[in-house]
Write a protein that binds this ligand. Structure first.
Ligand code: WQD
Length: 336
């Protein structure tokens, strides 16, 4: 029985596929390479020494999706196939709602047709909007998202809750990621945003590599220890391992709808990240303080207690590991 991984050539999807294969699971990947690269597939094979089936396709293609379920014995689906650039989503809301929400609906409808009801959804801490309570627990209020990307995650979570309420034979894990960063220690897979990076770590890495000139720090007048934005950065390998634990939960317990924050529980500011990166790599990161970025919040970090208690999962890698592994990836993939 195989796990279908949509967007499996992407940043989180590829790291999760490595952990799935390492844990002995059979995997089928679908990806259209709209935000990923074919080279990642061979990298996954090289890291794990294992193979998997791959179909180049867009998950909105219902006919192709049905072919996947006809040709493979799928018993669970992990959905990573979402557009995820906050800024871009404000420019292209229709594309984000079609790809993320319609795509999820077509996927879920096809799963129902083939009686496959085990589903792990890649959600995000953005569903909490500007959090009223810090650290954030899963029963904190959601809503008030400040961009279409975050709203697609909120909508899909609601769709999943409605599906489960209508049919308790569904078995669903909603995983709310905080800020995924880092790369596999091999340096063979990592984060490669197309064009100018939106996110902090890919930007820092490219400034350190001399690819970009200087980091703009978006505001230092927030109500935080040093005035810059505080986030809960989590190593992508820790995040991937959280998915394995979630799937084991779905395998071992009665059906249900489970929600977990996947974060470290530690908040780091932008200036903390710059200092940590320089300490971990010996590289210099040139930066300047500029205006706040519209839609940004001051502070966001998780209370990861529930995932520890119910999944037996906690993030293990340090901020030093996240910085070192991010730098190792770009050294191996982009500079050399
Ligand atoms: C982090 C901090 C910025 C860039 C978003 C999504 C989340 C997830 C990660 C997908 C903030 C500051 C950033 C820069 C800066 N998406 N910053 N200069 O906005 O917390 O989260 O991306 O996986 O769902 O909401 O992440 O990395 O963009 O910003 O000063 O050039 O770094 O202001 O304080 P964010 P980010």
């Amino acid at each position: 029985m195989a796990v279908l991984v949509t967007g499996g050539a992407g940043f989180i999807g590829s790291h999760t596929t490595v952990e799935l294969l390492n844990s002995g699971r059979e995997v089928v990947i679908i990806d259209d390479f709209s935000n990923s690269s074919p080279k990642t597939l061979d990298a996954i094979r090289k890291i794990t020494g294992k193979d998997f089936k791959f179909y180049k396709m867009n998950y909105l293609d219902r006919k192709m999706l049905e072919k996947i379920f006809e040709e493979n014995k799928i018993d669970a689906v992990m959905n990573f196939a979402g557009y995820k650039a906050v800024g871009e989503s404000t420019q292209k809301p229709i594309e984000y709602y079609i790809n993320n929400v319609s795509g999820a609906l077509i996927l879920l409808d096809t799963m129902r047709k083939y009686d496959v009801k085990k589903f792990v959804f890649s959600s995000s801490a953005t569903v909490y909007g500007d959090p009223q309570v810090i650290p954030i627990t899963e029963d904190c209020k959601t809503g008030g998202t400040t961009n279409p990307y975050g709203t697609t995650k909120l909508y899909i979570e609601q769709i999943l809750k409605d599906i489960y309420a209508s049919d308790k034979t569904w078995d669903i894990a909603i995983l709310r990621y905080f800020n995924p960063v880092g790369a596999h220690e091999s340096g063979l897979i990592g984060e490669e945003p197309k064009g100018r990076p939106n996110n902090l770590m890919p930007y820092i890495v490219r400034v350190a590599a001399g690819i970009l000139d200087e980091l703009s720090v978006f505001g230092n007048d927030y109500n935080t220890p040093d005035g810059t934005g505080v986030r809960d950065y989590i190593h992508v390998v820790d995040l991937a391992k959280g998915h394995i634990k979630a799937l084991e939960k779905l395998d071992n317990e009665q059906t249900g709808l489970y929600i977990y924050n996947l974060g470290t529980g530690i908040g780091y500011s932008v200036l903390d990240m710059i200092k940590s990166f320089e300490r971990a790599t010996g590289k210099h990161v040139k930066y300047k303080i500029v205006e706040r970025r519209p839609g940004d919040i001051a502070m966001c970090y998780a209370d990861p207690k529930k995932a520890k208690e119910e999944l037996g999962w906690t993030a293990e890698k340090s901020i030093h590991d996240m910085c070192k592994d991010s730098w190792n990836y770009i050294e191996k993939q982009i500079i050399l």
